[in-house]
Write a protein that binds this ligand. Structure first.
Ligand SMILES: [Zn+2]
Ligand SMILES: [Zn+2]
Length: 394
């Protein structure tokens, strides 16, 4: 089994200290295997050349160079795939479109079923699964990270925010390197891992990925951290153990003054009183007919984040109330108003780790990405992943 060793020197980063160009990174390119269209049953695709050069391989044999104007298709046929182009049809176990230059990119169109065209960098590998094609993009990690940032947070963010987010997405990718190990690739392109529906066309994001090239976040024990994030904490983040079962040293509750005037800072939801009382009675056995106790669930305050709505005898965790009532966060008050109870809340998301709207505000007013990361994650360090011996197998 592959093991990660931590032979490295901590870099307590001075953000002036490095600027890595795209060229220098390509020289020591590290790639990642991403399964594309992971949750779709695709039986036929078309390949289109976009830039650079490509050679096509059937199994281990080099077949031909990609003709930039003709179209090539790959279709499922039992446990093999059929490669077709004008005047050419042949069956293989695996077909690969191998880039011959660092700028090689391609478009892929799912024909069966019919999906929108997507554009990717680097290599495309196609083989057969029982009911669909297995489509893999073998891509430079920095190009992958740039694509993920675009799909996860959009293109309209300040440069320091983009740098911060590229480090978070890179940390996530490396931290979950073995998630799909048994299936022969590292990550899928869905929410399950990180959304990656193609390369970024934002020069700003691309630049951010290459300026922070290889940087990932580790804790005091040199372990890659769980770089959790969400939209808005409402003014206070959560300890990891209060949301998930595990206490993690870098995921500590902090007061956040940066997000409280942003879009997701406040919310409100009204629920019929009968429905609410029936819920706490049925799920937690709460005595709703007791006139002294019922006020505990009809009027509730949370000046700072709490874990339970009621924590004596009945233990009603706020995280389950949030889930069951489909609330934006656990950081809410409750008021009885006529035949309803009104939840007035702050923030959006689980609240553990980095608050994106707070981070955006910090970037907007001049904080560096290292300051932002150190604000939301406790006792962390940035290192280059090449210092981890990460890609060497036993
Ligand atoms: Zn996945
Ligand atoms: Zn916040």
């Amino acid at each position: 089994m592959k093991r990660i060793f931590f032979f490295f020197i901590f870099l307590f980063i001075d953000c002036q200290a490095f600027v890595v160009t795209a060229q220098s990174t390509t020289d020591k390119q590290q790639t990642i295997l991403i399964r594309l269209f992971a949750s779709y049953n695709i039986s036929s695709i078309n390949f289109f050349h976009v830039s650079g050069e490509y050679s096509v391989y059937g199994d281990s044999t080099k077949l031909f160079e990609v003709d930039k104007i003709s179209f090539i298709s790959v279709s499922l046929s039992g446990d093999s795939v059929i490669l077709q182009k004008p005047n050419y049809t042949k069956k293989f176990r695996t077909v690969r479109f191998v880039p011959q230059s660092p700028s090689s990119s391609f478009k892929i169109k799912s024909v069966q079923p019919d999906y929108k065209v997507r554009t990717y960098d680097d290599e495309l590998q196609i083989s057969a699964l029982s009911k669909s094609l297995r489509i893999i993009n073998k891509v430079d990690i920095e190009k992958y990270v740039a694509g993920v940032v675009q799909w996860e947070v959009g293109t309209n963010n300040p440069p320091e925010y983009n740098k911060m987010q590229t480090i978070v997405c890179r940390t996530y990718a490396l931290g979950n390197w073995r998630r799909h190990e048994d299936e022969g690739f590292q990550l899928c392109d869905e929410v399950h891992c990180q959304v990656f529906k193609g390369k970024t066309f934002s020069q700003n994001i691309y630049q951010a990925a290459f300026e922070t090239s290889e940087y990932i976040i580790v804790d005091d024990s040199a372990r890659i951290i769980t770089a959790a994030f969400y939209s808005n904490c409402g003014g206070q983040t959560m300890n990891s153990e209060d949301v998930w079962s595990k206490s993690v040293s870098c995921l500590r509750s902090i007061k956040d003054t940066f997000c409280i005037h942003k879009l997701d800072a406040v919310w409100e939801k009204k629920i019929p009183k009968d429905l609410w009382l029936d819920y706490v009675k049925t799920k937690y056995g709460f005595p709703v007919s007791d006139p002294l106790l019922v006020n505990k669930v009809l009027n509730f305050d949370q000046p700072y984040r709490k874990i339970y709505l009621v924590n004596d005898d009945f233990f009603i965790p706020l995280k389950f109330v949030r889930e069951d009532m489909k609330l934006k966060s656990t950081f809410f008050t409750i008021r009885e108003e006529g035949n309803d109870v009104v939840f007035r809340g702050r923030g959006f998301g689980h609240g553990v780790g980095l608050c994106q709207e707070g981070a955006k505000r910090m970037a907007d007013i001049g904080y560096s990405y290292t300051k932002i990361l150190n604000y939301y994650y406790t006792n962390i360090h940035l290192i280059r992943f090449s210092q981890l011996d990460f890609f060497k197998a036993d």
